[in-house]
Design a protein around this ligand. Sequence first.
Ligand SMILES: [Zn+2]
Length: 254
Amino acid sequence: MAVPASSVDASSGTGTRTGPAPWVAMYHSVGDRSDDPYRITVTPDRLDAQLAWLRRHGLRGVSVATLLTARARGEGRGLVGLTFDDGYADFVEHALPRLRHWGCGATLFVLPGRLGGDNAWDPLGPRKPLLTAEGILHAATEGIEIGSHGLTHVDLTRADDLTLKAETVESRVALQELTGAPVGGFCYPYGTVDPRAVQAVRDAGYTYACAIDPGPLTGPHALPRVHVGQRDGAVRLLLKTRLHRLRRRPVEGV
Ligand SMILES: [Zn+2]
């Protein structure tokens, strides 16, 4: 099915600072999905096909920081944010080579309180190893934006004040020390967000934050994202880009 790039306008590209929310795709793990109860895993071949799909439609995956900077300059047309949550070790093995092949960037949201650990917060399913400090550094040196997913994967809407501050402030400090670079992006664990969590993330100095479907909280510190999974072939991806444009309210200053 041939679709002209103009019909898959994933970003406003209007040159104004107000436009449809940017199109940001959400991935988690890339690898073996024989035991995947949360459907958070895509196979390397599927990721490859999805990145090829973007290319065919005149789109290119970039980090969220790159996407937002480009949009602020009115140059966001044709760019799609690619995000990978939790910092699974398979990112370096399976995602990085495909991203490099297609000339794409991405943002990796990691948990500095669980370096080299696993997804112990998931009650079901296989334990999946998380990147070590070396693995995160390797991704950063390959041009991947490193963002914070909090310290340990806590639902911020249920966290007490001390925990909320630690998860936002301390995770940023830890990642800046690890990478030696500023960390501007945050990603809400579980995608859950409320005004208090947004304020904490803003106070911690992040320039943007990713949610999933933040509704009325949508803004630079609560960006909506679209889950992209194993079942998303060409037709479903096309529908998602279109539905995203219809469903998302404009985002001021993004
Ligand atoms: Zn997560």
